[in-house]
Design a protein around this ligand. Structure first.
Ligand SMILES: [Fe+2]
Ligand SMILES: [Fe+2]
Length: 235
């Protein structure tokens, strides 16, 4: 596609977006736009969905589970979906909605699955796809890995867990534990971070997270040594 074609397409797309307001009518735009974006949906349907979720999650701003976390998960999930040749649309929408339940109550995967279905039904998203999205939201917690079925569910789960690795994961983890004792936070860090890398479902996720996992393991090793002063040769 030439730059002139692209410009003309974008003008048409803007006109169509302006003229239509529900998902079913957007679908044709999405299909056309997939050619340019390699499958990632960047039309106003997604922008509206992101805005809706961001508004709902605004009380969580500044926490370890703010929309910034969601945004990182969405970007990683799209990359993984492309590498794994998964359904990018499902992965993208599922990732945007995966933590929406945190603004409703616990268990956030269950409240999130219900709210995700309501949001998608309101925009007339296809019912079968809405069911798949709701399952992705329901099954994204760490301890539900064994219930994952589709590649798309595994990718959203993986992307969410990669945000628990590396410096960002450590910072999020300790912020999350701020109301607990220091000892509990340290214990939880060892128990949570150590198995994550080996739990990742897809090869692409393990490749993407390899460096972060090394950083996490190095941090835990240093933490263990420094807590006992072994790093300074003091016993
Ligand atoms: Fe979550
Ligand atoms: Fe999350």
């Amino acid at each position: 596609m030439t730059s002139q074609d692209l410009e003309s397409f974008q003008i048409q797309k803007q006109g169509l977006e302006h003229a239509h307001s529900n998902f079913a009518e957007y679908k044709i735009i999405i299909i056309l736009f997939e050619d340019i974006t390699d499958g990632e949906i960047v039309c106003s349907f997604v922008k509206n969905l992101e805005t809706t979720v961001k508004e709902k999650m605004s009380p969580l701003e500044g926490t370890a589970h703010s929309y910034e976390h969601v945004d990182r998960v969405v970007k990683m999930a799209i990359l993984l979906a492309k590498k794994e040749k998964a359904d990018i649309e499902l992965v993208q929408v599922g990732a945007i909605l995966h933590d929406v339940g945190r603004c409703v109550g616990q268990p956030h995967n269950e409240t999130g699955a219900k709210l995700a279905s309501e949001i998608m039904n309101n925009v007339h998203y296809p019912p079968k796809k809405t069911q798949k999205i709701a399952r992705m939201v329901l099954l994204h917690p760490l301890d539900l890995k064994n219930k994952l079925n589709s590649l798309e569910e595994k990718i959203v789960w993986d992307a969410d867990k990669i945000d628990l690795l590396g410096a960002v994961g450590i910072a999020r983890g300790f912020h999350w534990c701020r109301k607990q004792s220091f000892d509990s936070a340290v214990k939880l860090a060892f128990e949570t971070y150590t198995p994550i890398y080996d739990m990742l479902n897809t090869r692409s996720a393990r490749e993407l997270a390899e460096k972060r996992n090394r950083e996490t393991m190095s941090f835990l090793s240093s933490l263990e040594k420094e807590l006992s002063l072994a790093d300074l040769g003091i016993s």
